[in-house]
Design a protein around this ligand. Structure first.
Ligand code: SF4
Ligand code: SF4
Length: 432
């Protein structure tokens, strides 16, 4: 099979920390769950439908979607509404959140999940269930059904099931695809029913063995999904939408990327009538004793999940959420798992490689790795001088925030965060 990849830039010689999940464990239930009503920056908040002191059931609606940019939010545990408060979400954006203290009996946990035959449902029924159960696209936090539904009006478009995880640590999508292949593929068939793609591609890392690929092919055949396996180069940031589109030679507006964890949530909502109250999270990094993929209740403090993995081997230098290149540092161990949390990485000092920032030496390594063909050192200089207009003229808006330049920079200049801040400030100025 031809291995596809983008041509310019990227980082391909990346060490990968060895990890293979044998199973996915249920995390302990949190005593308190802090459920954010906004799933990401730039998205809208759901509107609370409970008040202080209310007793809520597991899976009960806490907040209702206010449109295509917000999702219904449900209580991940049975309990009492203790606080409705403004928080700084772990993703570093402001949001209203509801704190539930565990109390009462479980209505979902321990019950054998029902299994309805979704093939008899029409698109409207599927859409109603997906929205009612608050299913989101885990990579962005936007509600999954409206985003998929928008694609169905296109004459031609490609649905990509993205199993690529290219940073050295994260393994949640790979693990889910390996351990729950049939549910992921069934979820993919549901997504295809909603959005009517002209083709479906399953994006796989070139490092998969022939034996694994043949098992995946068998699974695809057995569920009669008209999908094609495609190998992609193990090169950062190949899993970014722009780089996937480039490697396939199609316009990025004509692809829709969805990951296994989103499809599992969709599948559970449609087939088992289950709200999106759980999140699959990889807990790893050199400072974690026993790395694992856990199925955690939304709103669980990240400290609880770390404890469940045996705690720290040594004091971590930093704890990063989601991705070591583009993720955010966790503010503390009390910050809560949300619908877009997929990894908690506790990194040691030798992994984080802290070093003081030094002046740029114009080595142009950042240019060599930039997949957008930009000159990051020049963008940095212009931003330092406050010349945002000139930075935009040479492509600041084409920066996809992949973090490759910051990773490679021997002067340890925080290029990607400088670019993100400049882009945000420019956008805010434009809105005022
Ligand atoms: S990699 Fe760093 S030091 Fe080298 S040119 Fe780019 S910004 Fe300057
Ligand atoms: S973060 Fe932006 S400038 Fe840096 S390598 Fe990625 S696309 Fe290029």
């Amino acid at each position: 099979m031809k291995i596809r990849g983008f041509k310019h830039g990227g980082i391909d010689s990346m060490h990968r920390v060895s990890f293979e999940a044998k199973s996915i464990e249920n995390a302990f239930l949190p005593l308190n769950a802090l459920i954010s009503l906004r799933n990401g920056p730039g998205l809208a908040e759901a509107e609370a439908v409970v008040k202080l002191g209310d007793q809520v059931l597991e899976g009960q609606l806490l907040a209702r979607s206010t449109g295509a940019n917000s999702s219904n939010m449900h209580s991940s545990i049975p309990g009492i509404v203790r606080r409705i408060t403004q928080i700084k979400d772990a993703g570093s954006f402001d949001s209203l959140a509801i704190k539930i203290s565990l109390d009462g009996s479980f209505s979902v946990l321990g019950k054998r999940p029902e299994r309805y035959r979704w093939k008899a449902l029409n698109k409207g029924d599927i859409g109603y269930l997906a929205q009612d159960k608050g299913v989101v696209r885990v990579s962005t936090g936007e509600p999954l059904y409206p985003a998929l539904s928008k694609m169905s009006v296109k004459q031609e478009y490609t649905l990509i099931l993205n199993v690529l995880e290219l940073d050295p640590y994260s393994r949640v999508e790979e693990s889910l695809f390996r351990l729950r292949t049939m549910d992921v593929l069934d979820g993919c068939a549901i997504a295809a029913r909603i959005s009517k793609p002209s083709r479906i591609i399953i994006a796989i890392d070139e490092r998969y063995s022939a034996k694994t690929l043949s098992k995946i092919r068998e699974a695809i055949d057995s569920c009669e999904l008209d999908a094609k396996l495609q190998l992609f180069k193990h090169k950062i940031p190949q899993d970014h939408p722009r780089q996937l589109a480039l490697a396939l030679g199609i316009n990025k507006d004509d692809i829709f990327i969805v990951e296994p964890s989103s499809l599992i949530s969709l599948h559970e909502a449609i087939v088992s009538n289950k709200p999106h109250i759980e999140q699959y999270v990889f807990v790893g990094g050199g400072a974690i004793k026993h790395p694992a993929v856990l199925k955690a209740r939304i709103g669980s403090p990240i400290g609880d999940l770390i404890e469940e993995c045996g705690g720290f081997t040594s004091k971590p230098y930093t704890i990063v959420l989601n991705n070591p290149f583009t993720g955010r540092a966790a503010p503390d161990l009390d910050c809560a798992v949300g619908k877009t949390t997929r990894a908690i990485l506790a990194l040691t000092e030798s992994e984080a490689k802290p070093a003081p920032e030094r002046p740029c030496i114009r080595c142009s390594d950042c240019y060599e790795v930039c997949p957008a063909g930009l000159k990051p050192f020049l963008l940095h200089k212009l931003i330092q001088l406050g010349k945002i207009g000139e930075a935009k003229a040479i492509g600041l808006d084409r920066c996809i925030s992949c973090g490759a330049c910051a990773y490679i920079c021997s002067s340890r200049i925080a290029l990607v965060s400088i670019f993100d801040t400049a882009k945000k400030a420019d956008k805010d100025r434009g809105q005022n």
